[in-house]
Design a protein around this ligand. Structure first.
Ligand SMILES: *Cc1c(COP(=O)(O)O)cnc(C)c1O
Length: 382
């Protein structure tokens, strides 16, 4: 059902997403493939609804963390390349093969299982090998036993070893250099033993911009796609795609001394006008914004006051007397018209920008804008 039926929603600017992908492509050049990371529902932007824009503007692959995320995309798009970057337990690997999804593996055992599933389904199971160079999350440990295990995969006929990748810890340039050299050293040994990989990749958003020499022939940007990374030297200027909006639902006047919300963490120190806003922590607005959050109403910043409830929160409108029920509230925008952007929001919350956007829940509808017009509304609950 293409209905909003709710005044708290996120607006996604598809033109900005398309712009960002094409800028990244232009920036890295035609010899570097782009795997656009759309895990966590496209960092809250709605993976299914942004995927075509991403692919049409120069991405080669979509990457997700989990099997379920991959299956959701496959249900809508038969032909896009989809990589699961996380681990999929053995008992679910049949879904990967049946749905033509590329799986990350880091054991010979999973290669064998995928090969057998390939034989059974009369197709090739496509995999990327994860090689751990020091992040110590997933991947083959960097040693000779691992090299031997990977080489053994060569004899498996129904599996395509399409890629090999690693992931930077981004601790320092020096530590990243060490990781990169370990990765190159492993690849050299594998290639010396006759292995060939179509894709080799180690860079995410930050390293993909900062280390042109380490891009190899594929990068895996996530936050760049959504315009959530800014670089001080303006090497690449991207556009934030998300705006979080709501409306004023109720207004009342409080006498000095009256409290607001649970445990009266806020009390009026003057006669005050207080508005009630229909969003709370169940929509993905951080509970830590208690007595700290800022929203924009009529182009003016207004303080969130009191404890954030699950579904609502309160705002001090005393200095915005023109505010009326039904007026628009910008929870975060792109800094224009006195709004705070996702970067400022994340600083206020003491977290990163990805955390701010991916926590927006399915209760909050997504509204897609293209050429200044609403082109789609996704209400996950209807
Ligand atoms: C999430 C993720 C990315 C994308 O990270 P960004 O910092 O958003 O670019 C890349 N690679 C892997 C393995 C990831 O898990």
């Amino acid at each position: 059902m293409k209905q909003l039926l709710r005044d708290t929603y996120v607006e996604i600017n598809l033109d900005n997403i398309g712009y960002n992908v094409s800028k990244i492509k232009e920036f890295v050049g035609k010899d570097v493939a782009i795997t656009a990371v759309v895990k966590a529902n496209g960092y809250g932007h709605g993976a299914v609804n942004i995927a075509p824009t991403i692919m049409e503007n120069g991405a080669d692959y979509l990457a997700v963390a989990t099997l379920t995320e991959a299956l959701e995309l496959r249900k809508h798009y038969k032909n896009y390349n989809i990589l699961i970057m996380g681990y999929t337990p053995d008992e679910y690997l049949n879904y990967v093969v049946e749905s033509n999804i590329t799986q990350t593996i880091f054991s010979f055992n999973q290669a064998e299982i995928l090969n057998e599933l390939g034989v059974k389904n009369n197709k090739n199971s496509v995999v990327h090998i994860k090689y751990d160079t020091g992040f110590n999350r997933l991947g083959f440990k960097n040693n000779q036993d691992s090299i031997a295990e990977i080489v053994k995969m060569k004899k498996l006929k129904n599996i395509t070893l399409e890629g090999i990748f690693s992931h930077f810890a981004l601790t320092s340039k020096n530590d990243d250099d060490i990781q990169y050299n370990k990765f190159m050293n492993a690849i050299r040994q594998l290639e010396d033993k006759g292995m060939k990989f179509k894709y080799k990749h180690i860079c995410d958003s930050i390293s993909g911009v900062d280390y042109p020499e380490y891009r190899l022939n594929m990068i895996r940007p996530g936050s760049l796609i959504y315009g959530l990374k800014s670089f001080e030297d303006d090497t690449i200027v991207l556009k934030q795609a998300m705006t979080f909006k709501s409306k004023i639902y109720h207004i009342k006047t409080l006498e000095e001394g009256e409290g607001v919300s649970y445990s009266y963490s806020w009390k009026a120190n003057r006669k005050s006008i207080i508005g009630t806003l229909p969003f709370g922590y169940a929509d993905g607005y951080l509970r830590s914004m208690r007595d700290k959050g800022i929203v924009t109403i009529h182009g003016k910043k207004a303080p969130i006051i009191g404890v954030i409830c699950m579904d609502q929160c309160m705002v001090d409108l005393t200095d915005i007397p023109e505010a009326q029920i039904g007026d628009e509230v910008i929870i975060y925008g792109d800094k224009t018209n006195n709004t705070i952007d996702i970067e400022e929001m994340s600083k206020l919350a003491g977290t990163n920008k990805n955390d701010i956007v991916c926590r927006i829940t399915m209760r909050t509808p997504r509204v897609y804008i293209k050429d200044g017009k609403v082109v789609d509304i996704v209400n996950y609950l209807l």
